[in-house]
Design a protein around this ligand. Structure first.
Ligand code: NAD
Ligand code: TYD
Length: 364
């Protein structure tokens, strides 16, 4: 049985990946996570008695700790999910993004390279370093532009995407310069269970459930290409097993939807699932001041991973969204745990102070 070191495995995508990996017995997992505000250890409670899963609290930037972990567990691969991941937070306080996404990835690369070099002395190396990145590194598309492909030039627009772009470049350079065995994936917006409710879809589901306003930035016509997290996890496993070293793979959901349509679909579904007399959840929609530097459109061309590895997303936006809404309605314990005092403080800072939600349901 192989062992994989997963960083950031207590966050949204990492946790979904670990649960799937253990469920299908793909490999044993060691999860290194700093447990920032975005994590919820409760997500992985079901693995408590799983002998194929270990957790270690720590920072990818702590070289000593990472080296000790590598030597202890001798992993066959490292998958780097660890990051600061929310664009709005990167606008208000970018420093953490530089620390983790750039410096952290650099230190992690250094520790892993040293481990790989030592390991290669005694055995033919099948080691892999898989870096999880985003489509946001490519910048913003116009309405008629072709979707991002692997050769699209990087043009990041937010401190978040700039920090992820830097980390991608570092990862790439370690392959080019040292022959370090890397793979990179650039995916579109994920949605599904266990996503922290600061991101669009869970925020809107939970606000609507609580009859709070549904704050849409700008005119709501920004487009994202929504990818169900379960489909993403399958793609990551394929890239890890069969991806060509040094290559990057774009992973998209084939679901370009405007933000307004996303929120309207959530409201329509909630009107069916949690009906309230003489009340339409869509009446909570409120247009607020736009996000600074707000990227207009993202879209992913997944031809490469489809052609080389045979991956196609299984979930339609409609079916994935239904599952997600159902999950958020049922998981009250998990939700109460993440919506702590710190979460309330963020909502205050981002929506009350910086954007001052209009107390009307007017159109833009
Ligand atoms: P998340 O914010 O939900 O989770 C990030 C996890 O990383 C948290 O558990 C956090 O505690 C951990 N972490 C943060 N800093 C760390 C550090 N220095 N050392 C160790 N652990 C640390 O993020 P996510 O949505 O699961 O995203 C995972 C990866 O996928 C990120 O690299 C992100 O950039 C990328 N990505 C996410 C999306 C999306 O839609 N969520 C889309 C494209 C790419
Ligand atoms: P988000 O989930 O933060 O992901 P990203 O910025 O990485 O794409 O936001 C998705 C889209 O939804 C983005 O265009 C911004 C918009 N959005 C709102 O309109 N209102 C909100 O409260 C949030 C969090 C996002």
């Amino acid at each position: 049985m192989k062992t994989v070191l997963v960083t950031g495995g207590s966050g949204f995508i990492g946790a979904n990946f670990i649960l799937k990996a253990r469920h299908h017995n793909w490999f044993n997992v060691v999860n290194l996570d700093k447990l920032t505000y975005a994590s919820n250890p409760k997500t992985l409670d079901s693995l408590e008695s799983d002998s194929g899963y270990d957790f270690c609290r720590g920072d990818i930037a702590d070289s000593q700790q990472v080296s000790a972990l590598l030597n202890q567990y001798q992993p066959d691969a490292v998958i780097n999910f660890a990051a600061e991941s929310h664009v709005d937070r990167s606008i208000l306080s970018p420093e953490d993004f530089i620390q983790t996404n750039i410096l952290g990835t650099f230190r992690l690369l250094e520790s892993c390279k040293a481990y790989w070099e030592k390991r290669s002395e005694s055995q033919p190396s099948t080691f892999r370093f898989l870096h999880i990145s985003t489509d946001e590194v490519f910048g913003s598309l116009g309405p008629d532009d072709p979707a991002f492909h692997e050769e699209t030039s990087y043009a990041p627009n937010s401190p978040y995407s700039a920090s992820k772009a830097s980390s991608d470049h570092l990862v790439r350079s370690y392959h080019h310069t040292y022959g370090f065995p890397i793979l990179t994936t650039n995916c579109s917006n994920n949605y599904g269970p266990f996503q922290f409710p600061e991101k669009l879809i869970p925020l809107m589901i939970l606000n609507a459930r609580d009859k709070l306003s549904l704050p849409i930035y700008g005119d709501g016509q920004n487009i994202r290409d929504w990818l169900y997290v379960g489909d993403h996890c399958e793609a990551i496993q394929l890239v890890l097993q069969q991806g060509r070293l040094g290559e990057s793979y774009n992973i998209g959901g084939n679901n370009e939807v405007t933000n307004l349509e996303v929120v309207q679909q959530i409201c329509t579904r909630l009107n069916q699932l949690l009906p309230k007399e003489n009340f339409d959840y869509a009446s909570l929609i409120t247009f607020i001041k736009d996000r600074p530097g707000h990227d207009r459109r993202y879209a992913i061309d997944s031809t490469k991973i489809q052609r080389e590895l045979g991956w196609v997303p299984q979930e339609s936006f409609e079916s994935g969204l239904s599952k997600t809404i159902q999950w958020y309605i049922e998981q009250t314990d998990w939700i109460e745990q993440v919506r702590s005092g710190a979460y309330q403080a963020w909502i205050q800072q981002n929506y009350d102070d910086a954007r001052s939600i209009e107390a009307s349901d007017s159109s833009p």
